[in-house]
Design a protein around this ligand. Structure first.
Ligand code: ASP
Length: 297
């Protein structure tokens, strides 16, 4: 079977001085996933490796370097979906897990498949994943942004509408499995406890190895209302090419929900790729055995 992979690093107006690091981060994530796929490894391993790399890269709003909540802490969400079994693992409101995607991966075959907060962190410990202090996930850039925001806003009075540098990946392996994964710190200054589209199956991601996969990014509250990832996969099921499905989804997002904004990446079981966004930018990188190889903003 042909292998293929696409990753994204968020859909928003990426500041000029952050363009290069976003591109570099996406390319590095793609390269790490690709090397696994090319060696005959699984799409699960490829997605986990790619997303982990982006979680560890402080330029992205995932893992280390995530946006702070209105209360000044980092709270992380992530999910992974196995397109062969339709199994999924999802986690949310994590404060002490450095790589939420690896915890989500561990839940794929567990008794519970979506864990939040303290229960999720206890499960991480039981699975041998170390916990970290929340402070160690916070970088100076985000602390300064939060200080600025706090000086002019009473916590909870005004939320930021729009997505940021959430990360996501879809991979197709030699065995024909297709997997989707994503990870986020959520929207800047979100209310503590808020969960967006990212860890919600059918909203932030969906994968069916017989049909295709989609991962969304952007303003989570608009994406959830449309169950956008599943809607994209429905379009693939009806025979739409992935690029048409991606563009159609972005039109629906903008037209059907006031202020609906974001981007999406799409991959089919035969290795065709789609991607679209209605924000100023979306950072991405993709490669397929059919010869497609690109990255951009
Ligand atoms: N969708 C994410 C959320 O709303 C943010 C993003 O994609 O940047 O939590």
């Amino acid at each position: 079977m042909p292998i293929a992979m696409i990753v994204h690093g968020g859909a928003w107006a990426i500041p000029d001085d952050q363009v290069e690091p976003h591109l570099a981060g996406c390319r590095a994530a793609l390269a790490s996933g690709w090397s696994i796929l090319a060696a005959g490894g699984s799409a699960l391993d490829a997605c986990e490796a790619a997303v982990r790399l982006m979680e560890d890269d402080p330029i992205f709003d995932a893992g280390t370097g995530s946006h702070l909540t209105a209360a000044g802490a980092v709270e992380l969400d992530a999910a992974i979906m196995d397109g062969r079994t339709l199994g999924y693992g999802a986690v949310a409101n994590l404060r002490r897990v450095r790589n939420p995607i690896s915890l989500a991966r561990k839940l794929l075959t567990g008794a519970g498949t979506f864990l939040v907060g303290e229960g999720a962190e206890a499960y991480a410990v039981a699975q041998g994943l170390p916990l970290c202090e929340n402070d160690t996930l916070i970088v100076e850039r985000e602390r300064a942004l939060w200080e600025q925001w706090r000086a002019t806003h009473a916590a909870g009075t005004e939320q930021v509408i729009g997505g940021q540098d959430t990360v996501g990946a879809i991979a197709l392996d030699q065995a024909g499995n297709l997997v989707a994964a994503n990870s986020t710190g959520g929207t800047p200054f979100k209310l503590p406890g808020r969960i967006g589209d990212t860890p919600l199956i059918g909203c932030g991601l969906y994968a069916d190895a017989q049909v295709g996969g989609a991962v969304c990014t952007g303003w989570g509250e608009s994406i959830v209302r449309l169950a956008l990832a599943r809607r994209i996969v429905d379009m693939l099921e009806r025979g739409l090419p992935p690029q048409v499905a991606a563009e159609t989804a972005m039109r629906i997002l903008a037209r059907r929900v006031a202020g609906g904004s974001g981007g999406c990446i799409v991959l089919t079981p035969d290795g065709r790729i789609g991607l679209a966004w209605n924000t100023r930018h979306m950072a991405y990188a993709y490669r397929s055995e059919a010869g497609e190889d690109a990255s951009g903003i």
